[in-house]
Design a protein around this ligand. Structure first.
Ligand SMILES: [Zn+2]
Length: 380
């Protein structure tokens, strides 16, 4: 049955939808940003090849399979050990969004993106969780992807799923000490926490109201895992040894929570990351570390960014497969790849190479140099 027509005297409803917070991803601007921030024709060609591989390995129902992603193709070896389809679908979707491929804008990947969004939304349960048999990692990643999709298109169909997903994150924080872990409300870890804070920030940038208690739970956690001996370094959990990966993630989260680039902790974290440059050995070949260090140092800018960028982009471009049907993917090469497989390795490497335009360097900090998000976090 058709709905009744609008009463003829109704006032037009004012549209309060926020402008696209990721408008810099549009092709023209993207090209300028690549040039301005240290990308190259090679990095962009690597991204193009990666999107092509990912699109060819998407399942018909819209998801990416972490384990059985290659059944139709049969040419890209190396299945993963566990099923983290929600997580890898979120990461893969983010690679397309970063290059301004949305479910509304006409383009070669419009259908790819639309099906991925539909699949993720269909995973959401009554609690607002997109977790299935996976962990809060998956929920956080899926929330970032839906929040970016919503922010970039203002598609009203996505507002409620994003709002509920963000509310689930806030409800899942640990009440005693802060942070998040694999299961809702467990005592946290720095790694899972970072994805939740990014998800809350992405929801907020898309115009969804986010309870400040969520961001405060991230801030509380960072104080617990900050080293008292080595300034500006961070651990996975309190009392454990500091690591480059956790320091990179903590540095990025602090930027999201409003730390200024010239803050002493940020400078110390940047120096520590530069003393652990990306390398080709097992120890230094950690794609998860590279991802967070790349985004943190990009926000940090300056000489630290220039040095890091030169190295990471060279290694990533060099490692990508360029021939045959696996062209565009990255062989699973680190310990995280054993969990997420070739789809994970390809998506995280692609996102790292999309750093030049995925967020502006002012993503975390307002143009006047003052810490923008701090205004919404209550000071205790
Ligand atoms: Zn394949």
């Amino acid at each position: 049955m058709e709905p009744a027509a609008e009463p003829p005297l109704a006032l037009p409803v004012e549209d309060h939808r926020p402008a696209n917070p990721q408008s810099q991803r549009a092709e023209e601007t993207r090209r300028e940003l690549v040039e301005q921030h240290g990308g190259s024709a090679e990095t962009e060609e690597a991204v193009r090849r990666a999107l092509d591989w990912l699109a060819r390995h998407q399942e018909r129902d819209g998801h990416w399979a972490s384990r059985e992603y290659d059944q139709r193709c049969g040419a890209c070896a190396g299945p993963a050990r566990v099923n983290v389809d929600v997580a890898v679908t979120g990461l893969a979707l983010l690679t397309f969004l970063a290059t301004d491929n949305t479910h509304e804008r006409p383009g070669p990947f419009r259908d790819t993106v639309a099906r991925a969004i539909d699949w993720l939304v269909a995973r959401q349960d009554r609690r607002g969780a997109m977790i299935e048999a996976e962990s809060m990692y998956s929920h956080g990643i899926a929330t970032i992807a839906l929040a970016e999709s919503y922010g970039m298109t203002a598609d009203p169909r996505l507002e409620e799923p994003v709002r509920r997903a963000a509310a689930f994150i806030i409800d899942s924080r640990n009440r005693e000490v802060g942070g998040w872990r694999y299961a809702p409300r467990q005592v946290g870890d720095t790694s899972v926490m970072g994805w939740q804070i990014m998800a809350l920030m992405s929801a907020q940038k898309a115009g969804v109201d986010v309870d400040p208690a969520g961001l405060a739970a991230g801030r509380d956690w960072l104080e617990l895992v900050r080293s008292s001996r080595s300034f500006g370094t961070y651990a996975y959990q309190p009392g454990r040894e500091v690591t480059p990966a956790m320091t990179a993630e903590a540095m990025f989260v602090r930027q999201l929570l409003g730390a200024a680039p010239d803050d002493d902790l940020q400078r110390a974290s940047a120096a520590y990351l530069l003393s652990h440059p990306p390398g080709r050995g097992d120890e230094d070949g950690n794609s998860y570390y590279w991802y967070y260090a790349t985004f943190a140092l990009f926000q940090h800018q300056g000489e630290a960014w220039a040095q890091w960028n030169e190295r990471v982009r060279e290694i990533l471009v060099e490692r990508q497969q360029t021939t045959g049907r696996a062209a565009g993917s990255w062989d699973p090469y680190d310990r995280w790849a054993a969990i997420g497989g070739r789809v994970y390795q390809t998506a995280i490497s692609t996102l790292t190479l999309e750093v030049y335009y995925r967020y502006l360097p002012s993503f975390a900090v307002a143009e006047n140099g003052r810490a923008a998000p701090a205004t919404i976090v209550p000071r205790e």
